[in-house]
Design a protein around this ligand. Structure first.
Ligand SMILES: Nc1ncnc2c1ncn2[C@@H]1O[C@H](COP(=O)(O)OP(=O)(O)OP(=O)(O)O)[C@@H](O)[C@H]1O
Ligand SMILES: [Mg+2]
Length: 477
């Protein structure tokens, strides 16, 4: 039986845009990992700038927009995850390896499939994005090359993965693979769309391990044998994983096809993180505004967190935002301390925001039950709550097995704890306890247009607080 299709297109507009596949200016799919970058309490709570005395909302906004930061050179973009820096210190070797493996595509030859492993924030996505930019910059040679970047962390089912890949090549609405087709038809539709463009498709599957943990390796088998069925297109798989043991879960055939080449990204140490931060700080901040010790502290903290460069950069950016909020002329060690506390909270919120659609509905159902009971909730009850919510939202509920995998995933992300309880003759089940502050997590979910229709009405306070750092996002932060 085909997996239950999702009634809602799984891809973001960015990914459904054909330009996304080929436009080097488009940044890679944002990472789902917590970065502390989603909310910006600093700016949301900022008092009006001292210049002028704005009295209306419009004047207030204008004055905020005109106010120049004493700290940042231009925008904060340089410190964001979506920014692809031109240089990646301490990743020269990996850049060279990835480039060497993919370069044959420029000569029209089919590169080997590639698997990239490394812990969170070790530069995997950034390195691939940089090589992709360089390949696409050679416009004439790259005419026959398409890049499709998918973050599997945001995709619920193999069905939505294949549909998303196919639709990347759709030239117009009528060309798209709609929701509702059988899985076989979606696969055929995807192949037709790929063949309509032809050439070499470099299919980057980021967070591929999460896809396999959720739905097994069947879809990877399908993708790895596409070349035997395609007519004018040829596919190269570039898998990115932060689970080093992930290939153990794969069928031997899939493993050998995916593993043609592999590259390991080791974690950064504190000194390497300092170099990365210094380089970004030079681009992001005006001269002399970063106090001695700030970079070192941010790097030391992130080195303890498995050498995660994202964490280091998020801490530096939040420290600068804290300083901005204080109207300080320099970023000091005190700002880093404040930022670190804030970052821990933001990590949870960002993690929740980037869950795939059905996982968000599940978490919302868990939070609802938990809020009512203030006590552990059993998985059966959670599944019923999820099904009710999904139906109210017009989604075809996933099977209990997929939801059970999502419960494990939410647990491994540290959002819930699930303990096995014995129910006598009733067998064993899991009891779920929520491990995040409900008062912050529910509004973060309700912010999503997917959940909003079943969300609680917003309180006045929540509606008034707007996150100026993320236009289009509002929330009680
Ligand atoms: N060597 C580097 N130089 C400059 N910036 C870096 C470097 N390595 C990583 N970064 C930055 O750190 C952040 C995290 O890197 P990236 O997203 O590539 O990590 P990742 O290994 O893909 O992590 P995950 O497994 O969580 O997806 C990005 O903003 C990236 O630009
Ligand atoms: Mg990544």
């Amino acid at each position: 039986m085909p997996p239950a299709p999702d009634d809602r297109p799984a891809e973001t507009p960015e990914r459904s845009d054909p330009a996304y596949a080929t436009n080097p200016a488009v940044a890679p799919v944002g990472d789902r990992r917590p970065v502390g970058g989603g909310a910006s309490p600093a700016n949301a709570a900022a008092p009006p700038p001292s210049a002028g005395n704005p009295s209306s909302a419009g004047e207030y906004l204008d004055s905020l927009l005109q106010a120049k930061s004493e700290l940042f050179r231009t925008t904060k973009e340089v410190l964001r995850d979506s920014y692809v820096p031109s240089r990646l210190p301490h990743r020269e070797q990996q850049v060279r390896q990835v480039a060497e493996i993919l370069a044959p595509a420029l000569k029209g030859d089919l590169p080997s499939n590639l698997l990239i492993y490394g812990k969170i924030g070790t530069g995997k996505t950034a390195v691939v994005a940089q090589v992709r930019q360089e390949i696409l910059r050679r416009t004439e040679l790259a005419e026959h090359i398409s890049f499709v970047s998918i973050n599997c962390g945001n995709i619920d089912t193999p069905y939505s993965l294949l549909q998303t890949i196919g639709n990347t090549f759709a030239k117009n609405e009528a060309d798209r693979v709609p929701t509702g087709w059988s899985l076989d038809r979606v696969q055929a539709g995807m192949r037709r769309l790929m063949d309509s463009k032809g050439g070499i498709v470099l299919l980057i599957l980021d967070e591929i391990d999460r896809l396999v943990a959720r739905s097994g390796d069947g879809v990877l088998y399908t993708l790895s044998q596409l070349n035997t069925e395609l007519e004018t297109a040829r596919v190269v798989l570039v898998g990115i994983s932060n689970d080093l043991k992930f290939t153990n879960q794969l069928d031997a055939r899939v493993r050998s096809r995916l593993n043609e080449e592999k590259i390991l990204f080791p974690p950064y140490d504190a000194l390497q993180l300092q170099d990365i931060l210094r380089e970004r700080a030079r681009e992001a901040f005006r001269d002399g505004v970063v106090d001695p010790g700030v970079v070192e502290r941010c790097a030391a903290y992130a080195a303890l967190e498995n050498g995660d460069a994202r964490r280091a950069l998020a801490l530096l950016r939040l420290s600068a935002e804290m300083a901005d909020r204080d109207h300080a002329k320099r970023i000091t060690a005190d700002h880093v301390v404040k930022a670190k506390n804030r970052l821990e909270q933001d990590i949870i919120i960002e993690c929740v925001r980037t869950l795939p659609p059905h996982c968000k509905v599940l978490l919302y159902a868990i939070l609802q039950s938990y809020e009512r009971r203030r006590n552990g909730v059993l998985t059966g009850e959670v599944y019923e709550g999820y099904k009710r919510l999904a139906e109210r939202l017009g989604l075809q509920p996933l099977h209990a097995r997929s939801i059970s995998n999502y419960v494990s995933e939410l647990e491994s992300l540290g959002l819930i704890r699930a303990t096995i309880v014995s129910r006598g003759r009733g067998g064993r089940t899991r009891e779920i306890i929520v491990d995040v502050p409900i008062s912050e997590t529910m509004p973060a979910l309700e912010e999503d247009p997917l959940i909003a229709p079943v969300g609680r009405p917003k309180s006045r306070g929540q509606m008034l607080l707007t996150n100026f750092d993320n236009p289009g996002r509002t929330g009680p932060f």
